[in-house]
Design a protein around this ligand. Structure first.
Ligand SMILES: [Zn+2]
Length: 435
């Protein structure tokens, strides 16, 4: 059994101001019914929210309340906008090879059955989409949030959309590239050819590429029209799952990536952060769990990597994906507010941790301490550590010439387990010291 002693001496040089913005998402403007006990405006006050993203709302009266409070907001749109019938009528939508509208696999058990996605090559759907975006712009949103921006390309496993418009456009696309019969119809070709999958046949990869290009052209066109309509005063936001900045997501200014439980690790968040250094996009991350420890871990890892994390309120719980019943999470103010207050404290400055790291290197910190950050304000020092220890390791931390004033998170774990020399495992520690 290994016992590790950390002797930490503070020699702080000021580096940079730590930055933190408190953003949250309210998927609808609560209360959204007479029985809804949630309240978006109250949550904005309670959590001192600075920005709101990913909200489905087109009520001028409600949104004016956000404008009065100077809260920038993005409004959400997705490929399931109902047409004039009030439903996602098949003639506007992505169709499979049998001509049936497709439902996204994760939506199959949703109680709402109106879930068919618009086709990027359908001109009527385009007009529907554009007019909704213009309506949102009139409501003074700072950005349009496109939920599920991959559209047709999301169904690449079914080879894409087989509506008449897609088939017609694909024939022209192929004609420009190679010599084919000008009566070529890809659907007929597929139906009349023996195949095991779509992908063992000629043209199938080209059809997929064409579907992706159609989605890119769709987005470029409405974005261009909206820029003109708003005199360039609009941003484009999307949910880029896992921090993906592929060809479709790269058309957007800001990505909001939902992190699942498996990806809630420092390594994954560091990888997302590394991509941003290259492409200079703005990235937000969101995660919610009923396990407070997992929430804290996520918030700190995002912060360490200078990525904005969305305050977990009105967020789909990761745990709910398993049984297909959507459960939403609403952060408890006593639990979440202190850490957000700590991180956005404008007096907080990040200190030089090189000396700390020198100390830690000698005791193989790389094996034990995954991340360490030191901050100071006028009176106090704050030290945050994240370790991922196995059960056969112990950690003891000693800070010279400083008194421990309080530990903000997991204080019991720290005090009882450390002082009594019991094991601590996978712990985040955030401590406040005074000289
Ligand atoms: Zn189509």
């Amino acid at each position: 059994m290994r016992i590790i002693f950390l002797f930490v001496v503070f020699f702080c040089n000021l580096l940079v101001y730590a930055q933190f913005k408190v953003i949250f998402s309210s998927r609808t403007f609560h209360p959204n019914s007479e029985t809804d006990t949630l309240n978006t405006l109250k949550a904005i006050e309670d959590f001192e929210i600075e920005q709101l993203d990913w909200m489905y709302c087109d009520s001028k009266i409600k949104l004016n309340k956000l404008t009065e409070k100077n809260i920038p907001f993005s409004l959400a749109i997705n490929p399931m906008i109902p047409d004039s019938s009030g439903y996602c009528t098949a003639k506007f939508r992505v169709l499979d090879i049998e001509g049936k509208p497709i439902v996204a696999p994760w939506m199959k058990n949703w109680s709402n059955k109106n879930l068919f996605w618009g086709c990027a090559n359908n001109k009527d759907f385009y007009e529907l989409f554009l007019s909704k975006c213009k309506k949102y712009a009139d409501l003074k949103c700072y950005g349009i949030f496109v939920d599920d921006a991959k559209m047709n390309f999301q169904f690449a496993d079914k080879n894409g959309c087989f509506c008449d418009k897609c088939l017609e456009e694909f024939s022209s696309y192929l004609l420009n590239k190679k010599s084919i019969d000008n009566k070529f119809n890809y659907k007929e070709y597929i139906l009349n050819t023996k195949r095991d999958t779509f992908f063992d046949k000629k043209y199938s990869l080209e059809f997929q590429q064409f579907q992706k290009k159609s989605v890119i052209d769709f987005h470029l066109k409405w974005m261009d029209e909206l820029k003109k309509y708003t005199n360039n005063k609009i941003k484009f936001v999307t949910n880029n799952y896992g921090g993906n900045w592929g060809e479709i997501y790269s058309l957007f200014d800001i990505g909001l990536a939902e992190i699942n439980e498996k990806n809630n690790s420092l390594e994954i968040i560091e990888k997302i952060s590394d991509k941003l250094k290259i492409n200079k996009k703005e990235q937000y991350l969101s995660f919610a769990s009923t396990n407070s420890y997992d929430n804290f871990k996520f918030i700190l890892h995002s912060y360490f990597n200078n990525i904005v994390c969305i305050l977990p309120w009105d967020h789909v719980l990761n745990e709910s994906f398993g049984d297909n019943k959507i459960k939403r999470y609403y952060a408890n103010i006593e639990e979440i507010k202190p850490i957000f207050d700590f991180l956005k404290n404008s007096n907080l400055k990040e200190c030089d941790t090189l000396i700390l790291k020198d100390q830690l290197k000698r005791i193989k910190y790389k094996e034990t301490i995954k991340y360490i950050k030191l901050f100071e304000d006028s009176e106090n020092y704050y030290l945050s550590l994240y370790n991922d220890l196995n059960n056969d390791k112990k950690i003891k931390l000693k800070v010279l010439n400083h008194k421990l004033k309080y530990s903000l998170i997991l204080s019991d774990v720290f005090k009882t387990k450390l002082i009594s020399k019991k094991k601590i495992s996978g712990t985040i520690i955030l401590l406040k010291f005074q000289k």
